[in-house]
Design a protein around this ligand. Structure first.
Ligand code: ADE
Length: 217
């Protein structure tokens, strides 16, 4: 699966250690996914490579202009036929279900906003979906884009060592959309706190029952 990320700070993506190590790093090395950052500024036809301007009608902040984003998306669409997603606090809340739907695509194009936002004509003409990672405002869409990459990538077959672990996560069908049961590991007693006996019993039917009873809503 291919992720093309449009940003005015490509180094946030390219130099980000989160994509170099552990599960996502391995997914990239093993070519389960490709993550490519695109510098929106490079597409600007302005002689100073400007990508923003003051808002019509006045008001605080700057607005990202149409031209560099239209040209960047046009170029990227030649290689990535997936949906164009704009990361914004006004978008639809990111959920496990949404991640599963996106994980079925061959690629997605992620547009990261900065400043006050982007020209509405970008949203009207180019954007297929808008996603928010929560009801708070960040300085830009780069962290949300990385979160989208992370949650989709771990759902792709082969990315986790044990594909069952993604099936048994919180919010999955197997757990009826609930949060996971508590986990314990060795030692059996730590600082006088005991792991539940039933989990050490080897009785799988009883363990299943205990786990079901301890799911969080
Ligand atoms: N950009 C700024 N804040 C955001 C949020 N909460 N979700 C997605 N994109 C954002």
């Amino acid at each position: 699966m291919r992720f093309d990320i449009l940003t005015i700070f490509p180094q946030f993506i390219e130099e980000n250690p989160y994509f170099k190590y552990s599960i996502i790093g391995r997914a990239i090395n093993k070519k389960f996914i490709k993550v490519k950052a695109h510098d929106i500024r490079k597409y600007s036809k302005d002689k100073h490579k400007k990508v923003d301007d003051i808002p019509y009608g006045g008001g605080a902040g700057m607005v990202m202009t149409c031209q560099p984003i239209f040209d960047a998306i046009k170029a990227i669409k030649k290689q990535n036929k997936g949906p164009v997603i704009f990361l914004t606090p006004h978008g639809e809340k990111l959920t496990h279900e949404k991640a599963q739907k996106l994980a079925k695509k061959k690629g997605v194009i992620l547009l990261c906003g900065r400043y006050e936002g982007v020209d509405q004509r970008v949203r009207d003409k180019l954007i297929d979906e808008e996603i928010s990672i929560g009801d708070y405002v960040l300085t830009g869409g780069e962290l949300p884009a990385m979160i989208v990459v992370d949650t989709i990538t771990r759902l792709l077959p082969g990315v986790l060592h044990d594909d069952n672990s993604a099936l048994e996560d919180s919010f999955t069908e197997k757990l009826e959309g609930k949060k996971e049961y508590p986990h314990y590991t060795r030692p059996e007693v730590y600082k006088k706190m005991k792991a539940p006996k039933i989990l050490l019993s080897g009785n799988h039917a009883e363990i299943e029952k205990w786990r079901k009873a301890h799911l969080k809503v």
